[in-house]
Design a protein around this ligand. Structure first.
Ligand SMILES: Nc1ncnc2c1ncn2[C@@H]1O[C@H](COP(=O)(O)OP(=O)(O)OP(=O)(O)O)[C@@H](O)[C@H]1O
Ligand SMILES: [Mg+2]
Length: 485
């Protein structure tokens, strides 16, 4: 067919684009996206290894009339700003991060966060000594064309950034957003989300402040004894290609479950409390899920794993996925939720349940025993994060280490340790045979008759008469018992 001279417009309208882009993301998650960018910035500054996160600071302000986030994570190089950073979506040829475990992959996070919050924004950045600003204004948003955004040189009136880094300032907040930012409950929610999601980075020294208050990390840890034969968590780690899955399931340091009638307030094994029972899922060091106790992570997958209930509050599972190519991680496009249908997740779930089973049986074994009896075995156990726990357990001679080649010829390295199979879990001492009451009624005259026969007295108490009858009968049983053995 001959091509005509007319053509049909096929560009998206800005209004449509912005409303679609921001519809499904929660405000908190949009803010977390901006922190992800700071951390990616810090990673890019490094030499491929883990950066020294204690050098980095992210300051966030949530106010009723503006939002701001300020970091010292290296800034945006000018050519990146010109060609990539402000585009709506990543270019296929953008392979800047193929060698680092950055989380950015779609090329929308920063823009989506800005549009979610308000109608005027300025991205100010300093990379090396080069400082510039990119405004995204209401006028640009309202215009029908997709004109490029200006890159403005700093004027004397605009202050220069003290250190290489980026500041994003958003004003003309959308109505609902302004209300949220003025609400202390929302500020708390964001704080909690950050303390969970970025717990690893915070533990490595990263500082994040919200309205001047620094955010503290939640600790997700399992107890590991330093002794070769001491109690240790279940461990599984498999590296195939550039994807590593690490799993540990063990006891946490929380108070024992409900139904534990000991009244001491000390934490289990005398350690700091961690309120993170259930499963925590990490992807490239971000905690996508913290303390999940639902079907998602295998709870209630009968008959192997029962539904979560307070007896299991001592059990913590941690699973981590690492990959240089963030697309291989089992997360949804918002990066804050698990893609539970991914092959990688389903495969891992088998091992997660194997680990859970160990500790479900353990808590069953100890259910009716005082907590102090257990503590003797755990006195030297340390609460450790996933990677430290795995390293510690892997250093035991009894940990299984294998290398295999799969059908496709890819090498896999596996580290495995099952505390039950390795016999390092304490068991409660066998109880003495328990007693039962025997209760029955007989006519008074018959009891008196037997009483006279046994005790030469018709008035001995009925219980004593019955007891004596049982003893006589038992004597008759014993010799036959001996014969059998
Ligand atoms: N605080 C920051 N420090 C350094 N670079 C940044 C910062 N914020 C954004 N950038 C740059 O801007 C680019 C675009 O960020 P944006 O969040 O929109 O997309 P992305 O991070 O590439 O992908 P995703 O949509 O998955 O987050 C980033 O790739 C990064 O180069
Ligand atoms: Mg991003």
């Amino acid at each position: 067919m001959k091509q005509g001279i007319d053509s049909a417009q096929a560009t998206p309208t800005k209004q449509f684009f912005v409303s679609m882009l921001t519809r499904d993301i929660k405000l908190e998650d949009a803010i977390l996206d901006l922190i992800d960018n700071c951390l990616d910035g810090a990673l890019r500054l490094g030499d491929g290894g883990k950066p020294d996160y204690s050098r980095y600071l992210v300051q966030i302000t949530l106010a009723k009339d503006h939002f701001s986030i300020e970091d010292n994570c290296g800034g945006i190089p000018r050519d990146v700003a010109k060609n990539y950073a402000f585009k709506m979506g990543r270019e296929p040829n953008d392979n800047r991060d193929s060698d680092t475990e950055t989380i950015g992959m779609y090329g929308v996070g920063m823009k989506r966060a800005i549009f979610k919050m308000g109608r005027n924004a300025i991205v100010k950045t300093r990379h090396g000594t080069d400082t510039y600003e990119v405004p995204i204004t209401a006028a640009w948003l309202d215009a029908t064309s997709w004109d490029p955004l200006p890159i403005n040189e700093p004027t004397e009136a605009t202050e220069k950034l003290e250190a290489p880094g980026t500041t994003i300032y958003v004003s003309d907040l959308n109505e609902g957003v302004a209300r949220h930012f003025a609400n202390p409950a929302f500020v708390n929610e964001v704080t909690t989300a950050i303390s969970q999601h970025f717990t690893m980075f915070l533990q490595w020294g990263l500082k994040i402040e919200i309205n001047g208050e620094s955010v503290q990390p939640v600790h997700v840890e399992v107890l590991v004894s330093p002794r070769e034969d001491g109690p240790a968590p279940y461990v599984f780690r498999k590296t195939t290609g550039d994807v590593t899955v690490s799993i540990t399931v063990g006891l946490n340091t929380s108070r024992r479950s409900e139904g534990d009638d000991s009244d001491d307030d000390a934490d289990f094994a005398g350690q700091r409390a961690s309120a993170t029972a259930g499963w925590t899922v990490l992807c490239n060091d971000r905690a996508v899920i913290v303390g999940d106790k639902s079907r998602l992570t295998g709870w209630g997958d009968l008959p192997l794993v029962p539904l979560y209930h307070p007896q299991f509050a001592v059990i913590t599972g941690i699973i981590e996925f690492r990959a240089k190519d963030a697309k291989k991680l089992p997360v949804t496009t918002t990066k804050r939720a698990l893609d539970a249908s991914s092959e990688l997740w389903l495969e891992s779930l088998v091992k997660m349940k194997e680990g859970m089973r160990v500790w479900i049986s353990y808590t069953n074994d100890w259910k009716n025993h005082p907590r102090a009896d257990q503590q003797i075995y755990w006195h030297d156990a340390q609460p450790l994060s996933l990677s430290k726990a795995i390293d510690k357990v892997a250093s035991r001679t009894s940990a299984k280490k294998t290398k295999t080649r799969d059908d496709a010829g890819e090498m896999s390295e596996v580290v495995e340790f099952n505390p039950k199979k390795n016999n390092v879990l304490p068991k409660p001492e066998q109880k003495k045979p328990s007693s039962r009451r025997i209760v029955f009624s007989r006519p008074v005259e018959e009891i008196r008759a037997v009483s006279r026969m046994l005790f030469d007295d018709p008035d001995v108490k009925a219980g004593t008469v019955g007891d004596e009858c049982f003893k006589i009968q038992l004597e008759l049983v014993k010799p036959s018992k001996k014969r059998r053995s």
